[in-house]
Design a protein around this ligand. Structure first.
Ligand code: ATP
Length: 259
């Protein structure tokens, strides 16, 4: 991976600007700083290695060199997109899931932000925002995908089992081609983010649909119920044993199958 190669492969996507790093702390940190300095819609950071990659709540995300895909895409939401920003994590998840399907795989979305293959975490998504007073002025879609086996962290440091594309495909696919396909899907799905069919495609890919799950909410707090879909803003909809509906918003939550 290098700047020239990436610029060449992504040339038909009309991105605003691309910045490639052999090694970086976190692509999202770089993208947020760039967005604050005025980076335009569809500006992209790609890194071969992250030394301080982040998941939600500053949990670590590991991106060893030459083994994974790590990028952050800056969006400048339009007026029409502003009420739909909470669906952006779904946009990113569906964009990657569609690419995986074209590779013959069956991805599932572990709500809110992980992509699973065979019940194991292949990729994580982190959407963050920059603000101008009360208004979101940019969104950063960060994505980390384990491509080669060597990207998968040691089991003892994981809270959830992980996998890589090499593990499931038996070969290492070209990272540039996957990057191109994911970005192309984000761009083509983006105009449909407000539609019912977008929400139902997202729902159809939810891991544990119809299953009993426990949502850990930080500390001792948790709620349990059957996964029955998504709210219009992308919150997870559960039904508990007493028939009550529960909506779980993004935040400090971790989803687990009910053991
Ligand atoms: P969990 O994965 O435990 O359900 P989460 O969804 O909140 O929690 P994220 O914030 O999305 O997790 O990602 C951070 C977590 O992902 C880390 O705590 C670590 O356990 C795990 N992780 C870090 N790097 C990788 C990787 N390359 N592949 C798979 N999992 C990873």
């Amino acid at each position: 991976m290098n700047q020239q190669e990436i610029e060449s492969i992504l040339s038909n996507l009309n991105l605003k600007e691309i910045r490639f790093f052999d090694s970086i702390g976190s692509t999202n940190d770089e993208a947020l700083a760039w967005a604050k300095k005025g980076a335009g819609d569809l500006s992209l950071i790609v890194a071969d290695e992250q030394t301080l990659g982040r998941g939600r709540l500053d949990r670590p995300w590991f991106t060893p060199p030459k083994t994974a895909l790590a990028f952050s895409l800056i969006l400048r939401p339009t007026y029409a997109e502003k009420p739909l920003l909470s669906r952006t994590v779904g946009l990113a998840a569906l964009a990657l899931a569609d690419v995986l399907q074209t590779l013959g795989l069956t991805p599932q979305i572990k709500w809110p932000n992980d992509i699973l293959l065979n019940g194991r975490k292949l990729a994580g998504i982190l959407v963050e925002a920059t603000w101008l007073e009360e208004e979101v002025s940019s969104l950063v879609i960060g994505m980390g995908v384990n491509v080669a086996k060597a990207a998968v962290p040691a089991t003892d440091i994981l809270g959830f089992p992980a996998t890589s594309l090499e593990n499931v495909l038996g070969y290492v696919p070209d990272r540039n081609i996957i990057l191109h396909a994911v970005l192309a899907n984000i761009i083509s799905l983006r105009p449909h983010i407000g539609t019912k069919s977008f929400l139902s495609s997202w729902e159809k890919k939810l891991a544990y649909y119809g299953r009993q799950v426990r949502v850990e909410m930080g500390g001792e707090k948790s709620v349990s119920g059957k996964v029955i879909g998504l709210e219009s803003d992308g919150s997870l909809r559960l039904r508990d044993d007493d028939g009550n509906f529960i909506s779980v918003r993004f935040g400090d939550v971790r989803l687990r199958l009910f053991a």
